[in-house]
Design a binder for this molecule. Structure first.
Ligand code: FPP
Length: 244
């Protein structure tokens, strides 16, 4: 169902940026006696639904956690399957995403990805760079601590070269060294499957993000689930440390 939900208030307070930790693919598959890859495959369908829903609702930025810097610890077969799905997703969806005005971006350390995937990510970014309807960021081999460390290294290099004084390093300057440069902090971060942690996702950026945890497994996360999470977000008061 689209915007007709009884709880959904599409008129005000739409989050500008929604971030999602897509969790529970493995459990979804296990509950059906299927291999884990089937859960991830169904998870890709839920990604499609989420991007469409964001476009329809007017959410301007969507960021999803597709592969964490720690996911290399999974069995090689599953890592290969996940990389294969990413490759397939970009190859199959790129044209439609481009036509629909979606700008694709990728954050994370690309150096460990295979050459063909690195090239695909670059192509997808270049081909969609002018789009503005939805800025869709996919985190691949991403870690929040790693991102912060890289920013610190960049700042230290510039300070060493004399381009920066320690007193110049404000929050705004620091953010220019993050990979999420030009993307506003997430207003709403959703994690599916009942786990209640950030797992190294957008650590700097989520300082004042509203968190939403749902027991729904990612492959079951429908348009209605996203609308409900947004509706709940719209009832919250954001105080940013003030008194409201
Ligand atoms: C968490 O479920 C999910 C992931 C680690 C990967 C998410 C990836 C996809 C949805 C597919 C690839 C994405 C794109 C954009 C092509 P889990 O495996 O940890 O589930 P579990 O906790 O139930 O085992």
């Amino acid at each position: 169902m689209a915007l007709a939900s009884s709880t959904y208030d599409g008129s005000s307070g739409m989050p500008t940026h929604v971030a999602i930790i897509m969790d529970g693919n493995g459990r979804w598959a296990k509950a059906r006696g299927l291999p884990r890859i089937e859960g991830h495959r169904k998870g890709v369908e839920a990604v499609r639904t989420a991007t469409k829903t964001c476009m329809d609702l007017g959410v301007e930025y969507l960021t999803i956690y597709a592969f964490s810097a720690e996911n290399w610890k999974r069995p090689l077969r599953e890592v290969d399957d996940l990389m294969g799905l990413l490759r397939l997703y970009i190859r199959r969806e790129l044209n439609e995403l481009r036509r629909n005005g979606v700008q694709l971006r990728f954050i994370g350390d690309r150096s460990r990805l295979s050459n063909d995937i690195m090239k695909l990510l670059q192509e997808a970014e270049t081909e969609t760079a002018v789009n503005r309807r939805l800025i869709f960021t996919v985190a691949v081999n991403y870690g929040g601590r790693q991102e912060i460390l890289e920013a610190v290294q960049g700042i230290a290099r510039d300070a060493k070269d004399g381009a920066l004084e320690p007193s110049d390093i404000t929050e705004a300057v620091f953010e220019r060294y993050l990979q999420s440069v030009d993307v506003p902090d997430p207003d709403l971060l959703i994690r599916t499957s009942g786990e209640q942690r950030l797992s190294n996702f957008l650590l700097w950026q989520s300082a004042y993000t509203e968190l939403a945890f749902t027991s729904t497994l990612w492959p079951d996360f429908t348009r209605q689930c996203l609308e409900d999470a947004i509706s709940d977000y719209q009832k919250r008061e954001r105080r940013y440390g003030g008194t409201g």
